[in-house]
Design a protein around this ligand. Structure first.
Ligand SMILES: NC(=O)c1ccc[n+]([C@@H]2O[C@H](COP(=O)([O-])OP(=O)(O)OC[C@H]3O[C@@H](n4cnc5c(N)ncnc54)[C@H](O)[C@@H]3O)[C@@H](O)[C@H]2O)c1
Length: 365
């Protein structure tokens, strides 16, 4: 029976309420307060952008891994500079959000002086919504790419057991008055977190997203979560997933080829996730304002195209999430009853009060 069938209801929380709560819970698990706040802000940013699968719903699993010592709450990052434009970072099994932001800081700092910065990271852990890191580079006026690997969630093309991760690719470029370009896409047709969320709610999933553990197409979200996901774009998506692991795993020195430990099912030790960040300065090609104007022109031309049947509006990558974020900043963030129940357990364990939230949106939005 789903939460809504049991009559339980979604409640609405402000950004501040959830960030304060998340910070308290992660600090209670040994993270320095500043790092705890980083993780909390990142999770709430995902909820704001409409990605509930990568938002506060993940607090319990990160806490569980912290309790199991499968995440190091106080990592000491080791940063090597083998070349002027390149850094290699050992993440010391820290939580991926903290490791990821420090690594993108490094890529941006390198790019400020060399024009381009490339940073490989090994011994990190799950880093959530990949857009976070390219949005960080956009704040610094840079174009960037963020690669990661992740625990096996889909087969190599033609296989029927898990090999590649859902491993999202993110690319960001600063825009002008129409906003920024923010691409953030998992290699699977649908993010594994969305399957997990559907499973926890007891909702079915459409056919064509996943196979069960016997290799059969399924609409059962739990069976899909225990089985394999399918790549987006068929063999082409599968080929790009290979690249994600070459860049993030093979190249950086982290686990690869199915070696990253499962976030949910393997608490025997740290995950050994790898990331690769590339940041560069568009203002080396032309003045920054000209670049932004050209981005705006590109968006305008795309939006002015004749639309296909059934399409009300042409959007640019990142725009749906940015709109949701603007809306939710006003209405509050909806959190479903099943997630609230799981957060209440963490709240009790960490002795951190869970805010009540409201039964209705704060405002029309
Ligand atoms: N860290 C990990 O290991 C991991 C693994 C899997 C997924 N994730 C995260 O899960 C999240 C969801 O991933 P997803 O693949 O389901 O994303 P998605 O399919 O919802 O969106 C993919 C991209 O398409 C763009 N888009 C969507 N609708 C559009 C439209 N109408 N016009 C133009 N562009 C549009 C989005 O802005 C986004 O950039 C991401 O934040 C990802 O980073 C993380």
């Amino acid at each position: 029976m789903t939460a809504s069938e049991r009559g339980e209801r979604t409640r609405y929380f402000s950004t501040d309420e959830l960030v304060t709560f998340g910070t308290g819970v992660f600090a209670a698990h040994g993270l320095p307060v500043e790092d705890a706040a980083t993780v909390a802000r990142d999770l709430v940013a995902a909820d704001l952008r409409g990605l509930a699968s990568h938002g506060v719903a993940r607090i319990p699993i990160y806490c569980k891994r912290l309790r199991a010592k499968a995440i190091n709450p106080t990592p000491v990052l080791k940063i090597e500079r083998p070349a002027a434009a390149v850094a290699s970072i050992d993440g010391d099994d820290g939580i991926g959000f903290v490791v990821g932001h420090r690594a993108m800081d490094e890529a941006v700092a390198i790019a400020r002086t060399t024009g381009i910065g490339m940073v490989g990271i090994r011994r990190s852990t799950h880093y959530g919504m990949a857009a976070l890191y390219v949005m960080q580079a956009i704040e610094a006026g840079m174009v960037s790419m963020a690669f990661t690997n992740s625990s096996p969630a889909m087969p190599a093309w033609g296989g029927r057991t898990n090999f590649h991760g859902a491993a999202p690719l993110a690319v960001g470029a600063p825009g002008g008055r129409h906003g920024d370009y923010v691409l953030d896409l998992a290699m699977t047709v649908i993010a594994r977190g969305k399957i997990r969320l559907a499973a926890s709610r007891g909702d079915p999933i459409p056919l064509g997203l996943a196979l069960d553990s016997d290799g059969r197409p399924t609409t059962d979200a739990q069976a899909a979560f225990e089985g394999v996901l399918l790549p987006f774009g068929g063999v082409k998506g599968s080929a790009i997933a290979f690249m994600m692991d070459v860049f993030s795993g093979v190249l950086t020195g982290s686990a690869f080829a199915g070696g990253v430990k499962s976030l949910y099912f393997d608490l025997s030790g740290p995950q050994d996730v790898g990331h690769l960040f590339i940041a560069f300065r568009p203002d080396l090609f032309m003045p920054m304002q000209q670049f932004r104007d050209r981005m705006d022109e590109m968006f305008e031309r795309a939006k002015a195209m004749p639309r296909a049947e059934g399409c009300d509006e042409i959007l640019i990558p990142g725009e749906p999430e940015a709109r949701t974020a603007a809306h939710r900043a006003v209405t509050g963030i909806p959190v479903t009853a099943d997630v609230i129940r799981a957060l209440a357990e963490e709240a009790a364990g960490a002795a951190v009060p869970l805010p009540d939230g409201r039964s209705d949106p704060f405002a029309a939005g």
